[in-house]
Design a protein around this ligand. Sequence first.
Ligand code: G6P
Length: 611
Amino acid sequence: MCGIIGYIGYDNATPLLIEGLKKLEYRGYDSAGVAVHTEHSLEVVKAKGKLCALSEKLQQMPQLVGNLGIAHTRWATHGEPSEQNSHPILSASGKFAVVHNGIIENYIAIKDELLKKGVKFSSDTDTEVVAQLLDIYYDGDVLSTVIKVISKIEGSYALGIICAQRPDELIAVKKASPLIVGVGKGENFIASDATAIVSRTKDIIRLEDEEIAIIRAGSVKIYDKAKNEISKEIVHIDWDVAAAEKAGYEHFMLKEIMEQPTAIMNTIKPRIKDGKIDFEQDGVSFSMADLKNINKICILACGSAYHVGCVAKYIFEKILRKPVEVAVASEFRYMNPIVDGNTLVVAISQSGETADTLAAMKEAKALGARVLSIVNVVGSSIATCSDNVLYTWAGPEIAVATTKAYSTQLCVVYMLAIYMAKKLSRINSAQHAAFVEDLLNLPSKVEKVLTAQELIKSLAKNFYDCKNVFFIGRNTDYSVSLEGSLKLKEISYIHSEAYPAGELKHGTISLIEEGTLVVALATNDALFEKMISNIKEVKARGATVLTLTTEMHRAEAESVSDYCICIPKTSDMMMPSLAVLPLQLFAYYIAYLKGCDIDKPRNLAKSVTVE
Ligand code: G6P
């Protein structure tokens, strides 16, 4: 989704802005642009397509030099991807340049009003109304001008603004879309996320909704809508710059797949004390009464995080015997949700900025629910809006297709389930101890599965040109199938679907023909024989079957399948953590062999900050 960076300081802004945009590429975009304050005017350069198109354009023209600038990668929502619609957007007078992430929901009404006044528009974007309003309201006082504009617009926005008449000021304001201020020495930044600026400063200020930042090279002042100056905490982010680099891997996705043993260890280890699961350092605790009062768990998430929720439903219901609803966050608000003070809402999100998840959890909060979030990005909007947060310590995830964040979210789900089950006496001390041991052994088992990399690469050679793939499984294997199928679709553009194995015969089996690839997940001992029947059903109709099972079932699985991948055994609850790994690698190598843009698949965005 759109990326914003802005700079004011002692250095030339242009190369810094381009470097920053490169770091934001992972968010997904289809055009890019930069505006720099050069002497007395604002110069804007934009290009459709990848950042290299913008860089080439900049190289072919006289150097763009200035100490103040804003830049943007655009993921088109209103208006096709084109140079004209890309940001920064200039106001008609050329006085203001604006970059925007979000959607101005009432832009049509404002545009009509301005058109009637004779204002000339040059793009199809919703953003342009902001630039034009700035022009109209500007009376020499930039703070009051911005306040007037944000009082007029509705929707979501993170805005970076520069003004031709204010060479010393970078202006930022946000609502329901993330924006941070990076505080440096003699230079300051704005950015959609810290990745863009972390090489220059690790000190950041997170802007809250409708706070306006007036940023100079040596100062950052933040005001509320009543023009009161607000004092804000500067947070030092503890990020290793190298964590956002490829470290010798060809793609971030492969690097992140391989980082999973460490990410899982970092998520689990600090939360196990004296053989017990302990969320004290997270400030999370549930009394027996709290837990007894919960009569429903409602999980809110999107994309892969939703698939973690699908796994969690099986686990929570089995071990806690409490009903669990998993809702796609974008649907939740509009389905008249049954949520009250006795509902525990669990919001799951890597970025912590997904607009649909954020909106859904706010709705649940308003209905009285306690909201616990499982989030990767510290201090993100979802984390801040929750009653409790359990962070996944996966580190920065750059590839659009999530891997290590998904895996660490699963681990938090296991820990929550075990923690609650113990408190509710649904498991005894011996069962609890066995689960904790399985948790601690998980990283080394994950490492072992990842050594099958070459086998999976060679399997991928047989299938990278296939047109349709079906993933089937039962229980949590079905939930993992959903994720395996999504991974394949996202990065290789091969059509695939995941089905509960027993459901295939009720319609979808008509799509199976000679050579159709079916990936069958059969890691659950109790359901293994049922899966064998389902494998035979599709084999009988010509399917080529790749079965994923545990070592103990190798012989039987091999006897009915064309190909087999075997993984180690852990408790049924934690099998998803091992089962998903071959599927991630399979999707990766298929996409690799197809020559796809693995880290930045077409049309997708890492962090989706519009509803
Ligand atoms: C986007 C990403 C998905 C991700 C989903 C939810 O669609 O492309 O990979 O699963 O958003 O993101 P979140 O940051 O909330 O986990």
